[in-house]
Design a protein around this ligand. Sequence first.
Ligand code: HEC
Length: 167
Amino acid sequence: MKILSLISASILCASVSVVTTADGHGKGYPFKNEIQARMNVMNLYGYYLGELGAMAKGQSPYDADAATRAANNLLAMAKLDNTTMWPQGSDNSVPALDNKTRAKPEAWTTYPEIVDKHKALITAATTMAAEAGNGLDAVRANIGAVGQSCKGCHEAFRGPKLKGHSH
Ligand code: HEC
């Protein structure tokens, strides 16, 4: 699947990224823009999954259009080409990034394992997008797989919470 090459491209192009950003975002910390951008994507994943989760748990009423919209948006986010957001050297073992990123160096050192994790999210989100409009039971039947795909990547590649952050 072509989309899935996005992370591979980011890693292969890491040296390019370093060159273009090393002095580009002088204030703050290295790769600040890239790190914040990928966190923003993650938070949008969480937003849309949260909308579906609220329906699944009965905290908000099931609505076929709303469920389909949330699922389609989650899938669109998952398919974003975020190639430039994962430059090599932007992990939590880098001293300058202490408490700035939760991305573990294993995301790069075990490459392409992270691609498989991303693929699992796209697969689960694709099914959810197809099913979400088919009733509350369909949302409930598929939300676990989406959540597991998030968890699978986080367990492997996301480190401890940042101090002073809520997530
Ligand atoms: C392919 C791997 C991968 C997948 C799949 C994935 N995540 Fe993440 N997620 C990460 C990594 C790595 C970080 C840490 C990023 C950082 O701190 O630079 C993260 C961070 C987060 C954060 C914290 C963002 C912040 O502001 O600090 C949230 C929320 C999150 N993910 C939600 C989700 C949800 C919800 C899903 C599934 C719908 C998901 N993620 C799927 C790898 C993944």
